[in-house]
Design a binder for this molecule. Sequence first.
Ligand SMILES: [Zn+2]
Length: 69
Amino acid sequence: MSDHADLSDNNIETFITSAIANARRDVLLQSDGHCMFCDEPVAVGRLFCSKECRDDYDKEQRALKIAGK
Ligand SMILES: [Zn+2]
């Protein structure tokens, strides 16, 4: 019984930690009216013109982090 409780606590903690990390990252990134990835004009407050650009930007950032840049 306690095993199941521990497992779900861990899952919730992982979820909250990544949600906080995402929220912090979004605060750090300031929209300048252009897509962060392809530079297309976007609506005020938007960082990316599409889900694909956001995914590609995330991939690029992860690759840069792995490369140590
Ligand atoms: Zn874009």
